[in-house]
Each structure stands twice: as structure tokens, then as C-alpha cells.
Design a protein around this ligand. Structure first.
Ligand code: HEC
Length: 142
């Protein structure tokens, strides 16, 4: 998996989080991410590089997870948190950033390559963690 050792990855995650402006609960953040991915999809088919650039940039700088939720997530996932962080940081953030730069160069092949990795980061995290975390974050909902 990661080429970075766990501690380094965690520190990178924290410093990325520090540079992210606001805090937000996971659910509205996720719904927004989906809208943004769909918008990029439109940009790809319409060859609207500006739309891809700005939207990918917003994904790369999405708000950080609300502190109270992050605490719960860390507690439940234990050492699995490394994978969670990897999907977010190394797949979503890093490749959203590269996608935005590829769009600035109007390089559609590279846009597509990075889009695919971002998407895989989203989906990997859902496959591994979504059900478990949903139960922890919304114990009131069945
Ligand atoms: C590091 C893990 C992780 C990554 C990366 C991730 N998600 Fe999620 N996602 C979650 C979790 C956990 C939930 C469940 C949240 C909840 O129920 O409060 C979720 C839920 C969702 C939902 C369902 C919202 C609903 O109404 O139930 C959507 C849509 C979504 N994510 C989209 C995305 C998109 C698009 C990306 C990539 C750009 C992404 N996610 C990346 C962990 C992740």
C-alpha cells in the first residue's frame, strides 16, 4: 500500500488538515464531493478544462472532518486509520490536485488518469469503512 510509514502519513494528514479551511461533518461533505465529481464528469465530456480545474482544486482543498467525528473514527478504526488516511490523502487529495494541474495544461489523458485514481480513493474507502462508520457516526439511525 503506502510508501510512507504510518507516522509520516499521519503527520502529513494532520498538516494537510491544518491547511484546510473549515471543519464539517462527514455527511454534507460527502454529498458535496459527489456533486463535485459529477461536475468534473461534465467537464470531461464537454472538454471544459476550467470547470475541471476549479472543481478538482476544491476537492483537493475540501474542509476537514469535524473534530468530534474524527475522534470517533480514530477510536473505531484503530490501526486501520492508516488506510483511511491513505485513501483520503494519497488518492483523493493528491490526485485531485494533479487533476487540476493536468486540466490547466489541457491534457485530457492525464485528467482521466487522475480522475480514475480519485474515484478509486472514494470507492475504496466506502467499501472498507462506510458501513462501519455510518453506524458509529449515526447510532440513532437504523
Ligand atoms: C477516507 C474515507 C472516504 C473517502 C476518501 C471518501 N469517502 Fe465518501 N464516505 C465515507 C464515509 C465514512 C461515509 C459515510 C458517512 C456518514 O454516513 O456519515 C461516506 C459517504 C459518502 C456518500 C453517501 C452520503 C449519504 O447521503 O449517505 C457519498 C455520496 C460519498 N461518500 C461520496 C464520496 C466521494 C465522491 C468521494 C471522493 C471524492 C468520497 N466520498 C471519498 C468515507 C470516505
Amino acid at each position: 500500500m503506502a510508501s510512507l510509514p504510518g507516522a509520516t502519513l499521519w503527520n502529513a494528514f494532520k498538516s494537510t488538515a491544518d491547511s484546510q479551511p473549515e471543519e464539517q461533518p462527514l455527511l454534507p461533505m460527502m454529498q458535496k464531493l459527489m456533486v463535485q465529481m459529477n461536475r468534473i464528469n461534465t467537464g470531461i465530456y464537454m472538454q471544459d478544462y476550467r470547470l475541471i480545474d476549479t472543481t478538482a482544486h476544491n476537492i483537493a482543498h475540501h474542509p476537514k472532518i469535524a473534530r468530534s467525528q474524527m475522534k470517533k473514527i480514530k477510536k473505531v478504526l484503530g490501526s486501520e486509520i492508516k488506510k483511511f488516511v491513505y485513501y483520503d490523502l494519497q488518492m483523493v487529495h493528491s490526485h485531485a490536485d494533479s487533476m487540476s494541474m493536468a486540466a490547466r495544461r489541457e491534457n485530457m489523458q492525464q485528467v482521466l488518469e487522475h480522475y480514475e485514481i480519485v474515484q478509486r480513493g472514494c470507492v475504496n474507502c466506502h467499501v472498507d469503512f462506510r458501513t462501519e462508520l455510518r453506524e458509529v457516526l449515526h447510532p440513532d439511525q437504523e
